[in-house]
Write a protein that binds this ligand. Structure first.
Ligand code: AMP
Length: 376
């Protein structure tokens, strides 16, 4: 396809912070930006030229939305796959394609795709009943994690099984028809690689980003990661294999566990920019959102070099427990930048924004971002 040049319109399904940051990148390059989701006054809608508020299943609204855009992308995996078919029938490119969405929106399909392509993952079993769960526990042993196959993110729909007495209550509590049981990985570190692939197969990545989670939600990301070179190279190679084998045009993030014996296992994939890549906005020549614009519009991919070491800290709704946080105090720390997503309601665990600190070294950036967040 010939590149879609500004002022072409990028249409995104989903309207959260990933859509907002995509919209800001798109607008800075002179593109139009439309967003579609069931929510009004959304983080992405606030920066969009047009915010369509309708159910994802509303075929007429989807058709009308696509009629007004030049390319369709996603900021959220759990959009019905028919959206891609509608776009296709209207001659509007969908990037990444519907097949990517289909694979990534279900853990079981995703794990099977990874396993079938010989990519390293923790052992898992598909389970559709309590008896199958019992069998899977016998085969894999404990501890293990029971995860719903559909609609899981940030540790939602996950139960840790430590003893066989927990099997029955866990199956009932999960309340899912299809789930996976996965061996618990006693990892030494969690890392990710954010990568982009163009329509001619060109590929770029940001190297390894080091991630620290709290209560299954990303808390801190560090780049470049303090990971041995061999592990970093292996993770980047695996990311390239994932984007190639899935035939992704767009941005995709691969999350990994590094085991204590130095093995790199893929935990999950997200076919879009990722929370761990937010620091690229302030620390890299092109952000992950710039790459999303470039890749979905058929432009050359951009330079991913880091200008400075960076650390990102998420700001969850819990910080609002005693009213609006003291932003001025955080911004008094040198090297710190504030990103807020414009969400109306601060619920515990909800991602409301993030801070990024850049500095001459990782240690200084880490110190700055923690001091800034503590000052809130
Ligand atoms: P997920 O939604 O699958 O990415 O899980 C969120 C977080 O839960 C991960 O980043 C890990 O910190 C933890 N987690 C998920 N799966 C496993 C596993 N098999 N072993 C150990 N920790 C896990």
């Amino acid at each position: 396809m010939t590149p879609l040049l500004p002022p072409a319109v990028i249409g995104v399904f989903g309207s959260g912070q990933l859509g907002r940051m995509l919209g800001l990148a798109a607008r800075s390059m002179g593109y139009g930006f439309h967003t579609f989701s069931p929510h009004a006054d959304s983080p992405a809608g606030q920066v969009a030229d047009r915010e369509v508020v309708a159910a994802y299943a509303d075929v007429d609204a989807v058709r009308d939305f696509i009629r007004h855009v030049d390319v369709v992308t996603f900021e959220f995996e759990n959009v019905p796959a028919f959206v891609a078919e509608v776009a296709h029938s209207q001659g509007v490119p969908v990037r990444p394609g519907g097949h990517v969405l289909h694979t990534a929106q279900n853990r079981l399909r995703e794990k099977r795709f990874l396993a079938e392509n010989g990519l390293p993952i923790a052992p898992f079993r598909a389970v559709t009943s309590r008896d199958e769960l019992q069998e899977a526990v016998q085969e894999l042993g404990l501890p293990a994690l029971l995860k719903t196959a559909a609609f899981g993110y940030d540790g939602k729909g996950q139960i840790l099984l430590r003893s066989s007495e927990e099997i029955q209550p866990a199956w009932e509590a999960l309340g899912a028809e299809t789930a996976i049981l996965e061996t618990f990985v006693d990892f030494a570190a969690e890392i990710s690689v954010v990568a982009a692939r163009g329509e001619k197969g060109d590929f770029v990545n940001y190297g390894v980003i080091e991630n620290v989670h709290r209560h299954h939600i990303l808390d801190i990301s560090i780049a470049p990661a303090r990971t041995p070179l061999r592990i970093a190279a292996q993770a980047a190679d695996l990311a390239q294999s994932v984007l190639e084998k899935l035939d992704v045009i767009g941005v995709l993030c691969v999350e990994y566990f590094v085991t204590k014996s130095g093995r790199v296992l893929i935990n999950e994939i997200a076919p879009r920019p990722h929370n761990s890549g937010h620091l690229t906005i302030d620390a890299a020549v092109n952000s992950q959102f710039d790459q999303q614009v470039r890749s979905v519009c058929g432009l050359p991919l951009g330079c991913t070099d880091y200008l400075r070491p960076a650390v990102m800290a998420n700001l969850l709704g819990d910080l609002w427990a005693e009213g609006e946080p003291n932003w001025a105090a955080a911004l008094a720390v040198p090297g710190v930048k504030l990103h807020l997503y414009g969400k109306q309601e601060a619920r515990p665990g909800r991602k409301m924004g993030h801070l990024t600190a850049t500095a001459d070294s990782i240690d200084e950036a880490l110190d700055a971002v923690i001091r800034a967040r503590n000052a809130l």
